[in-house]
Design a binder for this molecule. Structure first.
Ligand SMILES: NC(=O)c1ccc[n+]([C@@H]2O[C@H](COP(=O)([O-])OP(=O)(O)OC[C@H]3O[C@@H](n4cnc5c(N)ncnc54)[C@H](OP(=O)(O)O)[C@@H]3O)[C@@H](O)[C@H]2O)c1
Length: 353
């Protein structure tokens, strides 16, 4: 047997080649059977689906909020968590679309516990209203999945005068997490079950502005020109912020001795609504070069890492890590910069004041 290591997307995978040689008296021929086995630390890989990574896991008694479940990865995440018995709160800006998703889940899983609540992550007022409504309900909260996102729009400022990708992908989730944390702490304490916070980031975090986060240009309406606003760099910036947020939050939770973990992840490259044909045309060449060859996943595979980090017992106690293909992975050096994470935390606290 021979073993080789290679990098599949980002996860180091060991490829075992098993060669079994046997001689057949009937044919007088020697036959070689070659088996290729992909071994990863978790036992899952880029082709694993959300159902695979949660197989046999009983999520009943757990409550999860998943943002952005009307489409793509969030939709499949909600379905698979519900399939495993988790009570899923779909936090969405489009209630009508979410009701259709809920109906489809209930049709497939009649026992599913699914609720829909309104949340527009690009508006701090909407985030505050959602959190206040949720906190005043009697629901516990074990799992928070910050999934919703937008990608590479033309330059736009949010209602709060913040660049729209930073506002939606990052700051809305930062505020949401802060406002739900006391409920999560109470649930973790009373249920004696580990709480989990998961930020859906992207390998696109590697493709950000040179300084990582442009603190001086996040809430500035004088940057609406191509030389200053670069839509894909701004996407990368917001996804870098997702990782820095999870890392800094993990440090706070550890310091406080709270039984809640915070992690981030890259779901893979999945064909969803997030990059429409017009936006796809704007992908810069250097970004494509940076991505290199990648395997396009389907949505079932695209939701796997999220569901793995949310439910799988292998992830118990792991906090402040970045995952891809349902394994721990290495993000960029900026993403592990502790000072940058602290600076972003303080900056964000001021923005949400
Ligand atoms: N697809 C990929 O290849 C890929 C790769 C790396 C990372 N990701 C990340 O994965 C996450 C999910 O992406 P996806 O591919 O599943 O995209 P998607 O199919 O476009 O779904 C995005 C979801 O986010 C919701 N959303 C957008 N803006 C919102 C807002 N202001 N408030 C509340 N919800 C909002 C959308 O709701 P509406 O229906 O109302 O628009 C939708 O439900 C994103 O964070 C993305 O950055 C995706």
């Amino acid at each position: 047997m021979a073993a080789f290591q290679y990098k599949s997307t980002n996860t180091t995978t060991t490829l075992f080649i098993v060669i079994n040689t046997s001689h057949s008296k009937q044919t007088n021929k020697t036959e070689q059977i070659t088996l290729l086995l992909l071994m990863t630390p978790s036992g899952f890989s880029l082709s694993s689906t959300a159902e695979d990574v949660t197989h046999g896991i009983d999520g009943s008694g757990l409550t999860a909020i998943v943002t952005g479940t009307t489409n793509g990865i969030g939709n499949e995440t909600a379905r698979v968590l519900a399939l495993r018995g988790v009570h899923v709160i779909m936090a969405v800006r489009n209630i009508v679309a979410a009701q259709l998703v809920k109906e489809a889940i209930l049709k497939e899983i009649p026992t599913a516990k699914v609720d829909v609540m309104e949340l527009d992550l690009s508006s701090l007022t909407s985030v505050r209203k959602f959190a206040s409504d949720f906190n005043s309900s009697s629901f516990p909260l074990n799992i928070l999945i910050n999934n919703a996102g937008i990608c590479a729009p033309v330059f736009t400022l949010s209602k709060d005068n913040i660049e729209l990708q930073f506002a939606t992908n990052y700051l809305g989730h930062f505020l949401l997490t802060n406002l739900l944390l006391d409920t999560m702490k109470k649930t973790a304490f009373e249920s004696k079950k580990e709480g989990r916070i998961i930020n859906v980031s992207s390998d696109g975090h590697n493709y950000t502005y040179p300084e990582g986060i442009r603190f001086d240009k996040i809430n500035d309406d004088k940057i609406n020109d191509e030389s200053s606003y670069l839509r894909w760099k701004a996407y990368g910036q917001s996804k870098l912020a997702n990782i820095l947020h999870a890392n800094e939050l993990a440090r706070h939770l550890k310091e406080d001795g709270v039984d809640i973990t915070a992690n981030s992840l890259h779901p893979g490259c999945i064909y969803t609504n997030i990059v429409g044909p017009e936006v796809a045309k704007t992908i810069p060449k250097d970004m494509l070069n940076m991505l290199g060859d990648y395997v396009l996943k389907n949505v079932q595979q695209g939701a796997a890492t999220t569901c793995y980090v949310a439910l799988n017992p292998q992830v118990k106690g792991i906090s402040g890590k970045y995952f891809s293909d349902s394994n721990v992975d290495e993000p960029s050096s900026q993403a592990t910069d502790i000072d940058l994470a602290k600076k972003l935390w303080d900056f964000s606290m001021k923005l949400i004041e």
